[in-house]
Design a protein around this ligand. Structure first.
Ligand code: GTQ
Length: 350
């Protein structure tokens, strides 16, 4: 709306009119058009960091407060400071830190929300997805696609913490959430551990197997050991991209699409001392530091990051990453595949 100074009478007249139409649940577009159709993304979400060293103690304290069985999932939600009360880290994505103590089980359930786990702290836990277990090692990226049964347990001697990334806000927006609890606390083992990786994650698929890009991958664990080896091999030959360092996208190996249709996942190696040039994209992104330390600059904010720290980069905010004395290995996830499927995704190298 072009703004001009209104006379007192005109103001009164409009206010009266807005009141009249308000009684019929109508409101004038011209008062809000600029906000509804912005020139560029103006996210409400803000850049923020959760320093693992600062929050770990509070995550552990939850272990004395409630059992995994009672909580169903013992998770501290990471809420964007500008979106408090909405259980989201960006408009479309959720993040949480889940704790499971030795001997505990987080009972089997399934839901239409898709989830990823990034293992951060402790050893000996497992996740079972549709009847196959995977032991969780630090840095492993594990998925539980929409409507797959999943339960978690800890057979080890120490508390285990991982980051949960889900599309909860997206499903809420679409009103497409369904969930179901299993009668069995833990799923019966249908296939031995490693079966999915052997069948679908060894540069082969069963002959005749075909998927569409909307179907999630049958590979449900991307072991950090393999990812890390690949990243380091890549980094040994060739120069880093000025804006991204060495950045790889996780895929469904059978289709090349993202592992799950709603959430994209990435891993990035920034060599020691390297500083990326400013970059922005429309997919609000959650970054997790797996190795090394350095700085992450998001718009006006600058965060010193170390292992297990989580940073949220809202849509279209300028991002620069600087690695310290040791190389940085960063994991990230975003709603990029959704934006790309709809022809909306944009990036800019500054
Ligand atoms: O592990 O199934 O952080 O259902 C939120 C909802 C984790 C899970 C979360 C969930 C889960």
């Amino acid at each position: 709306m072009q703004t001009r100074v209104l006379t007192a009478e005109e103001s009164q007249q409009r206010k009266r009119y807005y009141g009249e139409i308000g009684a019929h649940y109508m409101t004038p577009l011209w008062e809000v058009l600029g906000a509804l159709v912005p020139n560029e993304p103006k996210p409400i979400a803000q850049a923020a960091m959760w320093r693992y060293e600062d929050v770990r103690r509070h995550v552990m304290d939850a272990g004395a407060l409630i059992t995994a069985a009672e909580a169903e999932r013992r998770v501290l939600i990471l809420e964007n400071p500008a979106l408090l009360g909405q259980s989201c880290i960006t408009n479309s994505l959720y993040a949480g830190l889940q704790l499971i103590l030795p001997g505990e089980v987080a009972p089997a359930h399934r839901h239409t929300q898709s989830a990823l786990r990034l293992v951060l702290d402790g050893e000996g836990a497992y996740t079972a997805v549709d009847g196959e277990k995977t032991t969780m090692y630090r840095g492993d990226f594990i998925i539980t696609p929409a409507w797959t049964w999943h339960d978690h347990g800890n057979l080890g001697q120490e508390p285990v913490v991982w980051l949960d990334g889900l599309d909860i806000p997206m499903l809420r927006f679409l009103d497409a959430g369904f969930a179901e609890k299993s009668e069995a606390t833990s799923q019966a083992e249908v296939r031995p551990e490693g079966d999915a990786l052997a069948r679908y994650g060894a540069n082969m698929v069963p002959v005749g197997f075909a998927q569409t890009s909307a179907e999630p991958t049958r590979v449900f664990v991307y072991p950090w050991k393999k990812t890390r080896e690949a990243l380091h091999s890549i980094a040994r030959s060739g120069a880093p991209d000025a804006h991204l360092g060495f950045k790889q996208r996780f895929v469904n190996p059978a289709t090349g699409a993202s592992p799950m249709p709603t959430i994209g996942a990435f891993v990035q190696h920034i060599p020691a001392g390297f500083e990326t040039r400013a970059y922005r994209s429309t997919d609000g992104t959650v970054l997790v530091c797996l190795e090394g330390s350095g700085q992450v600059e998001v718009g006006q904010h600058c965060f010193d990051i170390a292992e297990n720290d989580v940073v949220v980069v809202p849509s279209w905010q300028r991002l620069r990453v600087r690695a310290g004395k040791n190389a940085l290995n960063l994991f990230s996830y975003s709603d990029r595949p959704v934006q790309q499927a709809l022809g909306l995704w944009r990036e800019e190298r500054l």
